[in-house]
Design a protein around this ligand. Structure first.
Ligand SMILES: Cc1ncc(COP(=O)(O)O)c(C=O)c1O
Length: 309
């Protein structure tokens, strides 16, 4: 359990001692976590040169697997990273790893693919000659309850989301330094996660999740430029459209975010996490009927997608 009652992060899971003995997939082998190792010459370790996906297993099925694979293969293609496995082969490896761990539900996976081991400790991608490194870490994982009751405290930070011409923020790349710097700045400001602006000063996203506000019965989120093309984000937008809840992808500023009735974050791990405050200003009254409704709709969608009861 979380023993720190003052602070938590959006990715805080209840402690589960079974995770001390999990088995991890490393390039075709499924080994105890103590034996799961990659080379110091690995492109991911050395340069952050790799892509990853965070996915969840419920009732023996990976939620929104096709959507995650679309994003993953698209990202890898964009940086000429040859995964060396098909989507079906990845699914098979994920399922074998889950089976080796006796896992069926409430599991979080970090699937990682790097350009692999380099011949020399230098940047050039051509120095990675022995094929990709593929790792799948599966953990027993349930978000802590306090995320729902207390919500997350955000702080706006100087670090902005970049233009696609530097490092496209749509890449779920191993290098997350831009987001990490933002998170450090938010923590220094006494918050738990960073609310990041785009290069024009509009509210964009947080360092690890997508960001939504609820205003006068409407749902607003950024245009989608500069933020991760989150699978959960897309599902929330589609759910709103299907349910007739007005939803807008648009530019808005902190003025509108501070004055929102509710705000919430989305991500595969926490689904929808309420925002308690931004820059010390409480959001709404703390009553969150729309966030609750969307959370219920999303939970139902996950159940449908994973064949649960
Ligand atoms: C910066 C950032 N935003 C948002 C998300 C949420 O994406 P998803 O809903 O696909 O989990 C992630 C997760 O990878 C992320 O790293």
């Amino acid at each position: 359990m979380n023993t720190n009652s003052h602070s938590h992060s959006t990715h805080e899971a209840a402690e589960d001692i079974r995770n001390r003995d999990i088995r991890i997939y490393v390039n075709g082998d499924i080994v105890h976590r103590d034996e799961a190792k990659v080379s110091v010459y690995d492109s991911g370790f050395m340069l952050g040169d790799g892509m990853w996906e965070g996915m969840r297993l419920y009732n023996g099925k990976w939620a929104f697997f096709d959507e995650h694979m679309d994003r993953f293969f698209n990202s890898c293609k964009a940086v000429s990273l040859d995964v060396g496995m098909t989507k079906d082969e990845i699914l098979d490896a994920l399922n074998r790893t889950a089976e080796a761990n006796g896992m069926t539900t409430d599991v979080h996976c970090r699937l990682m693919c790097t350009r692999g081991v380099k011949d020399k400790p230098f940047q050039h991608p051509g120095l990675s000659r022995s094929g990709p490194t593929i790792v799948m870490i599966l953990e027993h994982s349930k978000p802590v309850e306090s995320l729902q009751t207390k919500g997350i405290r955000l702080a706006t930070v100087p670090q902005v989301r970049g233009l696609p011409t530097s490092q496209d923020p749509k890449f779920n790349s191993h290098s997350k330094l831009n987001c990490i710097i933002a998170c450090l700045q938010a923590e220094a400001a006494g918050a738990e996660e960073a609310l990041m602006l785009d290069p024009h000063g509009f509210v964009n996203t947080t360092n690890a999740c997508n960001f939504f506000i609820v205003r006068r019965g409407e749902i607003w989120t950024s245009t989608g430029d500069y933020c991760m093309n989150g699978v959960t984000r897309a599902k929330v937008i589609a759910l709103c459209q299907a349910e007739g809840i007005p939803v807008f992808q648009k530019n808005f500023s902190l003025y509108e975010a501070y004055g929102a009735d509710e705000a919430f974050l989305t991500g595969s791990f926490g689904a929808q996490t309420p925002v308690a405050s931004i820059d010390g200003k409480p959001i709404g009254t703390g009553d969150r009927p729309m966030t609750r409704r969307i959370r219920e709709l999303y939970a139902e969608l996950v159940r449908e997608n994973t064949g649960g009861a």
